[in-house]
Ligand binder design. Structure first.
Ligand SMILES: [Fe+2]
Length: 385
């Protein structure tokens, strides 16, 4: 995230003495990526952020992922997944590879304080509202938000209404596509979103508490760290690395006289995958335009599509609806279900809202993903209408 922000109370220079209004010296933390050779922020704590008083292991069931064997297109039905108590611990992992893990959580409970030390998190908010409390401050979260959380951010989710969340955990960092940015990092004219669409922490968040538990997700599982002081003790910070939110409803679609290719919908990228947003838009307006996608072999990608809301014109009769996930692995030519073309002929616009994740390495299917797979979906293109 390239844009510099300054929030709260920071000193006039880096790495100099900085004091609270009562004269006590604040503690500086450099929060940085890629060996401190990339984006970073400087945070000013009341207390040492390293004051551990306890370390415990946390037993969790490690999800098993299985290769998609035999190769099978899938429809995963997230409405079959049970709500969870603590999304920091209990997400339902569905699909994954070495670059990215897709999981799901529905909850109305405030999460534990946690820090993902292995991955950036990109969270799509299918439903609900929440306050996302972080060491950088609070962001108000609502339906349709993408929330970008840099690896290592300490936070907790405080739902105002029951949340349904699609988690995209990325080993590499989540980025805005480079082609949307000037060489200095400003969003270009023609980019489908810009600085004004981004929502960031607006003021510091401080909590006075002691012996506070923080769950740390890391490469070998989850650990519980207990800190002398609450991690939300930052009185000011500045820099270009922080959590932020972008509403899918602020993504401006690009349309054309004839069909536009999927990259016009790209919203984010990570190492080994891209994320695209399909939002309500005018359909192709040439009199002879075919308004639904062609059949396609995306021969370097596995395609995952999360159907958020609206009418999915290309999935007529497939059983797919809001909350569904389709998984179309490379090696399977896919496209509209029978009857889709006929139902699109008289339409001038679509109200579909969907999030696509294209991965460049094959995805494996977790047990929960297999359990919620619609066994009839692979045959949905063979129906006679
Ligand atoms: Fe596709």
């Amino acid at each position: 995230m390239p844009h510099y922000l300054k929030v709260g109370n920071v000193p006039h220079k880096r790495h100099v003495i900085h004091r609270d209004h009562d004269g006590s010296r604040l503690v500086e933390e450099l929060f940085g990526q890629e060996g401190f050779s990339s984006g970073s922020a400087l945070l000013y704590h009341r207390h040492s952020p390293s004051a551990l008083v306890g370390i415990e292991s946390v037993d969790i069931k490690t999800p098993e992922f299985h290769l998609d064997k035999p190769l099978t297109p899938r429809h995963l039905r997230t409405e079959m997944l049970k709500p969870v108590d603590d999304m920091a611990l209990d997400r339902h992992e569905l699909l994954g590879n070495a670059d990215v893990i897709l999981s799901w959580a529905e909850t109305s409970q405030t999460s534990s304080l946690y820090r993902n030390a292995s991955c950036d998190e990109l969270v799509y908010v299918q439903d609900g509202a929440a306050k996302l409390e972080t060491i950088f401050g609070t962001i108000a979260i609502r339906q349709g938000d993408y929330v970008v959380i840099p690896k290592g951010t300490t936070l907790r989710w405080c739902p105002d209404r029951t949340l349904k969340l699609l988690f995209i955990e990325s080993r590499g960092h989540i980025r805005t596509p480079q082609r949307y940015l000037s060489k200095n990092g400003q969003f270009l004219e023609g980019s489908p979103y810009s600085e004004r669409d981004l929502r960031t922490p607006e003021s510091p968040l401080t909590v006075d508490d002691e012996n506070v538990s923080v769950l740390v997700r890391h490469h070998s599982g989850i650990s519980r760290h207990i800190y002398r002081h609450h991690p939300f003790d930052v009185l000011g910070w500045d820099g270009s690395l922080y959590p932020w939110a972008l509403s899918i409803h602020d993504f401006e679609p690009i349309v054309g006289r004839i069909h536009q290719p999927p990259p016009v919908h790209q919203t984010f990228e990570g190492d080994g995958f891209v994320v695209c947003s399909f939002v309500p838009r005018l359909l192709d307006f040439d009199p002879d335009a075919v308004k639904i996608p062609y059949y396609h072999s995306n021969s370097d990608s596995d395609e995952v599509l999360f159907y958020s809301s609206g009418n999915f014109a290309s999935r007529v009769g497939s059983g797919i609806g809001a909350g569904s996930i389709s998984f179309h692995p490379t090696g399977f030519v896919h496209g509209p279900q029978p009857g889709s073309y006929e139902s699109s002929v008289d339409k001038n616009s679509t109200d579909e809202l969907a999030v696509m994740v294209d991965t460049f390495r094959p995805l494996a299917v977790a047990e929960a993903g297999r359990d919620i797979s619609d066994q009839n979906y692979p045959w949905s293109w063979s129906k006679i209408t």
